[in-house]
Ligand binder design. Sequence first.
Ligand code: ASP
Ligand code: MG
Length: 288
Amino acid sequence: MMTKVFKFGGASVKDADHINQLKKILNSYSDVKLLVVISAIGKTTNALESVFRDIYDTDHDVSTLFNPIIKDHLAIAKNLGLDQESLKSELESMVNELEGKLDSENLRFKDLVYDQVVSMGELFSTLLITRFLQQERNDVSWLDVRKVFMTDQRFMDGKIQFAETQENINQIVVPMMKDTNICITQGFIAGTSQGLTTTLGREGSDYSAALFAYFLDVEELNIWKDVPGILTADPKRFENVEKIEKMSYKEAIEMTYFGAKVIHPKTIQPIQNKGIKLKVNSFKNPSQ
Ligand code: ASP
Ligand code: MG
């Protein structure tokens, strides 16, 4: 069976209705295997940046600072009909694991701490969505991308180690895709060989998805968005906006360079290297 790589951003998973729509889209692809890269829910990453600051600026302990974010996720879980208690303990154990990494030595390195904290958004969103999909299907798995995407030690802007990561893809992801039809994983985050979490830069989930497309050698990368493709201008600001049917990698790079916020600029290189097509699919009006 063919594998496709899908990416859904934070706006596409911001509440129960959107997550239901995501489920519908995934269910409509019954004849392919899906590697699905997902961002943190809505504005969670911004909220986590304040948690990060509050670790230094307040006396609260880390688990207390995480409580409002856990609560937000449980509220969505409730609207999706999920068992809140078991999800709560899974999210709390992720926070415990994080606290274990914030010893007094590591706390001295703010970039390191930032990555351990803000990465929780993608871990939470993907776990919630996986548990939701697993209620109805037994062919959905959760992948911790930190065990696969290896970077150097540069926190907040990790550089992917291509050889090590390709090896992990072959050892971990390829066999997983044989056993499962949908693999849900995190955008934006990665790991070091020392077991710490790194991030790839804000809005980096498109780049993560492009990397998966590259490493898995797929034909096409599908980024799901609330626009029906790449448009000539921002439809919120201009009338008579047209859809661009096709563009070259060069044009796409120039466009992202000039600030069109459709895709992250780092996305193009990995797919260009292998001639992988990039398709922007409409989240609201999906048609295959
Ligand atoms: N959640 C991360 C951010 O908001 C990554 C992403 O959305 O692509 O920056
Ligand atoms: Mg985001």
